[in-house]
Design a protein around this ligand. Structure first.
Ligand SMILES: C[S@@+](CC[C@H](N)C(=O)[O-])C[C@H]1O[C@@H](n2cnc3c(N)ncnc32)[C@H](O)[C@@H]1O
Ligand SMILES: [Zn+2]
Length: 289
C-alpha cells in the first residue's frame, strides 16, 4: 500500500509540519522519518515507547483480526457507522471531514466505516488510523488506503485542532491530547465495555465477577468534553469452536489478568454463547476555546 501523506501530520520532536522527500517525511529542523514499504510511518517518540514491542503483539493482532473478520462484532461496526455517517453528510460539512481512529488496532472499524461512508455517498473523508503497535499498523495497511501511523495517544503527531471526528474504541483514551487535536466543536466517539460485557467468559475465568461500570464519559467531561449522548449496545454471539474462543481470549485484557487455571478452563471449551455489552459515548470538544 502506498503511504498517504496528510497536511495535519506533525513532527513528534518539535511539532513542525513535514515535507515528503522520497521515502521519508522531514520537518524544517531536519528530523527525518522513513516511510515503511508497507505504507505507514513510525512517529512514535522514544519517551512513548515503554517497552521494546509496545502495544498488542503479533499474536494478539492476528487473533483480533481473525475474530473480527468472522463478523462477531459487525453489529458494533454498524452502530459506529450510524453515529459517524451523519456527521459527515455534505449538508452539515463544507469540506472533507478528517476522521482519526486513535488506537485503531488492525483497522477493522475504519474499514467498515469507510465502506459505510462510500455507500452513503458522504463528502469523501480523509481517514487516518494510528496505534502504538507496529503489528497492528502493518495489518491495517492491508485493509484500506488511509494514512497509517505508529504513534501513541499520549503524543499524537497531528496539528492542534485539525481533527473533525476522533474515534477511540476499546482503547486507552488521553483526553487532554484528544482535546488538543480535535477542532472546536469536534466529536469524540468513545466506545468501551459495559458492565455485562463478555460476562459468560468472565464467569468461567474468575471465581468472583463484579458488574462494574467504567464510566469513561465522566472522565472525559472532567477533562473538558461535553457529553452529547450515550448509547447502550447489546448483542449475543455464539463462538462455535476452540479457535474462536481462544481468539477472543487473546484480544481481551483477561489474557493477562486471568490465572493459568482460569485460562485453561476457557481453552477446554468447544463452544460458548455470550453477551456483548458495549457503551457508545458521543462527546464534543468545546466550541469556544
Ligand atoms: C483492545 S485493542 C482495540 C483495538 C481497536 N480499537 C479495536 O477495537 O479493534 C487496544 C489497542 O490499543 C493499542 N494501544 C495501547 N496503548 C496505546 C497508546 N498509548 N496509544 C495508542 N494505541 C495504544 C494497542 O496496541 C491495541 O491495538
Ligand atoms: Zn522536527
Amino acid at each position: 500500500m502506498k503511504f498517504m501523506p496528510h497536511p495535519a501530520l506533525r513532527c513528534p520532536l518539535d511539532s513542525q509540519p513535514f515535507e515528503q522527500h522520497g521515502a521519508c517525511l522531514r520537518c524544517a529542523a531536519g528530523h527525518s522519518f522513513d516511510i515503511a514499504r508497507q505504507g505507514y510511518v513510525n512517529l512514535l517518540g522514544a519517551a512513548d515507547k515503554r517497552s521494546r514491542d509496545p502495544g498488542d503483539n503479533k499474536t494478539m493482532i492476528s487473533a483480533r483480526r481473525a475474530f473480527l473478520e468472522a463478523g462477531h462484532y459487525q453489529a458494533i461496526a454498524d452502530d459506529l457507522a450510524q453515529l459517524v455517517v451523519p456527521l459527515c453528510k455534505a449538508d452539515v460539512r463544507a469540506n472533507a471531514p478528517f476522521i482519526v481512529d486513535a488506537g485503531c488496532g488492525e483497522g477493522y472499524y475504519l474499514q467498515q466505516l469507510a465502506s459505510a461512508l462510500r455507500h452513503e455517498r458522504t463528502t469523501p473523508a480523509s481517514i487516518l488510523g494510528f496505534d502504538i503497535s507496529k503489528w497492528a499498523i502493518q495489518a491495517a495497511t492491508k485493509r484500506l488506503p488511509a494514512t497509517w501511523l505508529v504513534a501513541s495517544n499520549r503524543h499524537i503527531p497531528l496539528a492542534d485542532h485539525s481533527v473533525d471526528v476522533l474515534l477511540s474504541l476499546f482503547g486507552f483514551p488521553e483526553y487532554a491530547e484528544f482535546l488538543r487535536v480535535l477542532r472546536p466543536g469536534g466529536t469524540l466517539v468513545l466506545v468501551h465495555a459495559g458492565p455485562r460485557h463478555l460476562l459468560e467468559l468472565r464467569e468461567i475465568i474468575y471465581p468472583d465477577v463484579r458488574l462494574t461500570d467504567s464510566n469513561q464519559a465522566a472522565a472525559a467531561v472532567r477533562a473538558g468534553f461535553r457529553q452529547l449522548s450515550q448509547l447502550a449496545h447489546r448483542h449475543t454471539i455464539s463462538l462455535p469452536d476452540q479457535a474462536s474462543i481462544d481468539q477472543l481470549l487473546s484480544m481481551t485484557p483477561h489474557l493477562f489478568r486471568a490465572s493459568a487455571q482460569g485460562k485453561e478452563r476457557v481453552r477446554t471449551l468447544n463452544e460458548l454463547a455470550l453477551g456483548v455489552d458495549v457503551v457508545f459515548e458521543l462527546l464534543q470538544s468545546p466550541i469556544r476555546l
